[in-house]
Ligand binder design. Structure first.
Ligand code: SF4
Ligand code: FES
Length: 248
């Protein structure tokens, strides 16, 4: 509710979790009308309840650490502005990651899955023994990669994915989007060879193309598209193998 001085009074309903117990706490605060949900939580932590646990760093949508569920939707708290016409906002931790305390979730498994797909360029075998420090990439290839390169590892796509939540062995949209990003990079020595390790039900074929991952991504990455492209490439590779067997 907006006041005459431009500030708003707001009820912030926060899901708290500590020592195995859930409870919802409601905090009444006043804020600048341009405040974000992260501002509201920091205001509570500074002025009302220092025991509230949250994770954040950059406060500008870059580090990905303030991901949580805001009014039922997975979002970044630092990029979500308070609705000045609303009386309240509800804040919960992400559901697709193990909960540690209050709004803080455990990302160990998330990063282990990401590391398992080697999200870095593996240099092509050098043709000569002379080591060059620059590996050039053509602009056309850059344009193909950019839409999948903006990932900030916030985990929101994993949280939104219904398959991750029902099939824990599914590697998940974020790691698969990175497989695609590196498999199409002309500088990468593995290239399409990156697809074989995820050509399985725990990999690309686990995706049911719900598309929730792409809808919630704050950086415009489209993991659902990436996975469908990986499926097409995996099918192409299988066809080529069959053709080459038939020729023998
Ligand atoms: S793909 Fe998008 S939603 Fe998923 S981790 Fe990366 S930035 Fe977050
Ligand atoms: S605090 Fe870094 S993305 Fe929100």
């Amino acid at each position: 509710m907006e006041k005459e001085d431009g500030s708003i009074s707001l009820s912030v309903k926060v899901s708290r979790f500590d020592e195995g117990k859930f409870r919802e706490r409601e905090y009444g605060i006043s804020l600048n009308k341009r405040a974000t949900v992260l501002d509201a939580l920091l205001n509570i932590k500074d002025k009302v309840d220092p025991t509230l646990s949250i994770r954040y760093s950059c406060r500008m949508g870059i580090c990905g650490s303030c991901a949580m569920v805001i009014d039922g939707k997975p979002r970044l708290a630092c990029e979500t502005h308070i609705n000045p016409d609303a009386d309240s906002v509800r804040v919960e931790p992400m559901r697709g990651h193990p909960l540690l305390k209050d709004l803080v979730t455990d990302f160990d498994d998330f990063f282990a899955r990401l590391r398992s797909v080697k999200p870095w360029i593996i240099q092509k075998a050098l043709k000569s023994t002379r080591v060059t420090s620059r590996v050039m990439q053509d602009p056309e290839n850059t344009n193909q990669i950019v839409p999948f390169s903006s990932c900030i590892s916030c985990g929101l796509c994993v949280d939104a994915c219904p398959v991750v939540n029902t099939h824990p062995n599914f590697i998940g949209p974020q790691a698969l989007a990175q497989v695609h990003r590196f498999s199409i990079d002309s500088r990468d020595g593995e290239g399409t060879g990156r697809i074989a390790p995820v050509d399985s039900k725990e990999g690309i074929w686990g995706c049911e193309f719900v598309g929730a991952c792409s809808l919630v991504c704050p950086k415009g990455v489209d993991p659902a598209l990436a996975i469908q492209e990986l499926k097409i490439e995996a099918m192409k590779q299988k066809m080529l193998r069959l053709i080459s067997k038939g020729k023998k």
